[in-house]
Ligand binder design. Structure first.
Ligand code: 5GP
Length: 186
């Protein structure tokens, strides 16, 4: 991080401001409210990255949702995927016959949610949809389509609004491209 500790200075550019994010999250919440009218979906937040998005999104959904939280692991402290996915903390919610919305910060190769949605399918969820703040569809390595997407992002490492690098930058209110000099050796 820069000497004076200003996280914003570590961004190469801002992709989405806080205002743009809030607008997109509000309209996604309205869409989900319409699509799931009369239902009580289970919303599963993938910690830690989706936490800010999840908390903002559920406040725009006018339905009796159940909120669940899981921790999955595929990335270590680096910027590229290993392809291996592990459940670090599972939900104890019985999803049998339930409509499930998985809420993620960003879908990249798709490995994480491909594996997790298969696990939920085995547990007999009635339906499983993927809700993500950001999507990198051109980076997909498995057949996985996001159902609700706020923004498609270019092939760059982004941080902010919940997304981290080495557990930092999550509390930036905007989403931006992290300057490669932060993670690339000089
Ligand atoms: P996937 O399994 O789809 O490749 O990876 C999903 C996970 O990778 C996300 O939940 C996130 O933790 C991490 N990830 C992928 N791309 C980025 C990125 O550009 N920035 C950050 N901070 N994390 C990313």
């Amino acid at each position: 991080m820069s000497q004076d500790g200003k996280m914003r200075d570590d961004l190469q550019c801002v992709l989405y401001t806080s205002e743009q994010i809030q607008e997109a999250v509000a309209s996604m919440g309205e869409r989900i409210t319409k699509d799931y009218a009369g239902k009580s979906p289970v919303m599963i937040c993938i910690l830690k990255g989706a936490s800010l998005f999840f908390c903002d999104l559920i406040r725009h959904i006018d339905l009796p949702v159940r909120c669940e939280f899981v921790i999955l692991s595929s990335y270590q402290d680096g910027v590229s995927t290993t392809g291996r996915v592990r459940i670090v903390q599972d939900t104890d919610c019985d999803v049998t016959g339930k409509d499930v919305l998985i809420v993620e910060d960003i879908v990249d190769t798709g490995f994480t949610l491909h594996t997790f949605s298969k696990m939920l399918a085995i547990r007999n969820a009635a339906s499983i949809k993927i809700v993500t703040l950001l999507d990198k569809p051109h980076r997909r390595k498995v057949d996985l389509k996001s159902d609700y997407v706020c923004f498609e992002v270019p092939d760059a490492f982004v941080v902010g609004y919940g997304l981290d690098y080495a557990d930092k930058y999550r509390n930036l209110p905007m989403v931006g491209v992290l300057d490669p000099k932060i993670y690339e050796p000089a």
